[in-house]
Design a protein. Structure first.
Ligand code: ADP
Length: 246
């Protein structure tokens, strides 16, 4: 889908946020960017979104993304409080001039994909934190993007809700075959969700490990030996690569 070729990012204040990042991301990969605060995860996401340019190196796209080809989800659901779930999901299409008559089916389908088919007319204040996040994911999906960029979307949710959303996002990814790049600082979350984990080490942000996961699908995934072994492997990687004073 895209290649990162020796990508570096140095800010004007001389902070080196990323250094020599090289990785090839295949269509359908679920990539977790995993690392502690300050290791350059958000900077890498902003580079992918085209909101910043690399200071050195390049991002080569198989198909350069146009409007609607990249969906964003942030930690805060950022819904319009006066608008219903349906109107919030319609917003990106409306901004691109799509009439409601030809957007309605897409909006309905996006809400159904996140399990909110029955909540189209609910206002954000009537929705729980997890449901608001579902609306935010539906809004990102409504233009059928080729790439979904997610910046710690579940970090503010309680653990029970988080597990449900992780289960549903993992299932949605398997069903849709979308390419996802997902920021997290949770080893458990990265291990559970992703097909590939880029472990970043800080100052400057570098790829410390590139781990392809292979946890068998099934109801007891969280309790599987493959999952706990992967968590242990990532934990050991961090112990190896993190500076001792962190
Ligand atoms: P993460 O998302 O992993 O917490 P960030 O990508 O936000 O990390 O930041 C990486 C490093 O770059 C940090 O040291 C941060 O302070 C610095 N940084 C981020 N944005 C800017 C900016 N606009 N100007 C200067 N430094 C920045």
């Amino acid at each position: 889908m895209f290649s990162l070729r020796s990508v570096s990012k140095t800010f004007p204040n001389a902070t080196i946020a990323l250094e020599d990042i090289t990785a090839e991301i295949e269509p359908g990969d679920f990539v977790a960017l995993l690392g502690p605060s300050g290791c350059g995860k958000s900077t890498l996401l902003r580079l992918l979104a085209g909101l910043e340019a690399p200071s050195a190196g390049s991002i080569e796209w198989e198909h350069r993304p146009g409007p609607g080809d990249i969906g964003f989800v942030f930690q805060d659901a950022t819904l319009l409080p006066w608008a219903s779930a349906e109107e919030n999901v319609y917003l990106p299409l409306r901004l691109r001039g799509r009439k409601w008559a030809d957007a309605a089916a897409l909006v309905e389908s996006a809400l159904a994909q996140v399990g909110l088919a029955d909540f189209a007319n609910a206002k954000p204040r009537a929705l729980s934190g997890g449901m608001k996040m579902r609306v935010s994911i539906a809004r990102a999906l409504v233009s059928d993007p080729m790439l979904l960029l997610m910046d710690e979307p579940f970090a503010a949710l309680d653990e029970f809700t988080r597990h449900r959303l992780q289960d549903d996002l993992h299932a949605l990814w398997r069903r849709s075959g979308k390419t996802i790049v997902f920021i997290t600082h949770s080893i458990y979350e990265a291990a559970y969700l992703a097909s590939r984990i880029l472990v970043l080490s800080p100052r400057p942000g570098r790829i410390a490990a590139d781990i392809r996961t292979a946890i068998p699908e099934g109801e007891r995934r969280r309790a599987s030996a493959a999952y706990t072994d992967l968590v242990a492997e990532i934990t050991e990687t961090f112990q190896r690569v993190m500076p001792v004073h962190e």
